[in-house]
Design a protein around this ligand. Sequence first.
Ligand code: SAM
Length: 299
Amino acid sequence: MSDINTDFPVPAFLHTLLLEQYGEADCARIEAGYQAKRAASFRVNPLRATNKEAEETLSALGLSFSRVPWGESAYLLFGAGERELRRTPLYERGGVYFQSLSSMLPPLFLGAKKGEDVLDMTAAPGGKTTEIAALTENGAHITACEKDAVRFARLRYNVERQGARVNLLQTDALRLDDFLRFDKILLDAPCSGSGTFSADGGGAISPKLVENSAILQKKLLKKAAKLLKKGGELVYSTCSVLRKENEEALFALAGTGLMPVPLEPFGGLPLLPSAEGTVCVCPDALYEGFFVAKFKKIS
Ligand code: SAM
């Protein structure tokens, strides 16, 4: 057994699952990542601001920042500048949006284009919905679906503030009409959060939550497969590093006519071993634990 830092107790069941799945070395990397103090990160929203405007604002505040190589408008913010940036007119008008680096990945892998019908199935608070709108310069026909009323209100707020053009639906994605068809679907599924566990924020994880998440993920995956046009593409993501919610959940796509599309991870991502063509990010001082896989409907 690897040593567990008793000042930072990872729940025994989670430690056991990580150890079984990854072995000692990667289990220790993940658990060290849980304890890391992550730098803040944000996206500049090109629907409301330019990178230049954002950089000028940050420099005027004396804040230390750097561009992330794989993201046109992804930035890291060092030190304690988040509160100051949140008080600026730039932030107020939706010119920047705080979002974890890992969470910015699925829309980049989705690659939605202008004119396409795009569904964000489980969308609140809207980080990825608004990112898709930004990446397509508001030129895609985006539908964003969210079941929870309180979270839906947050989604609406973020969409409006960022000037994103989105058709918002407060509903259970499992109840969407089976006759609907989309070119691209993002299923950023509800999950146990095992990739983002921390002593102060991730305490709710339990075996039951992992179990229930996997059941719901499989249902949502089957629904996504139905709603894709032939030739359309699905990106599935979770902020979990557990096989049960990632590779094993994907078994639900068997017999649905979807084929895996291998992903090329961007340089510099701290990767964990995962099924071929999928990306599993290890939590560390820059990234949250995250999983992404992509599929195309061929029949
Ligand atoms: N993609 C979001 C973002 O980047 O801001 C985060 C999505 S979060 C991981 C999953 C969301 O799915 C939660 O807001 C949850 O309320 C919602 N959800 C759970 N079950 C759902 C369902 N059956 N239909 C629609 N939304 C659902």
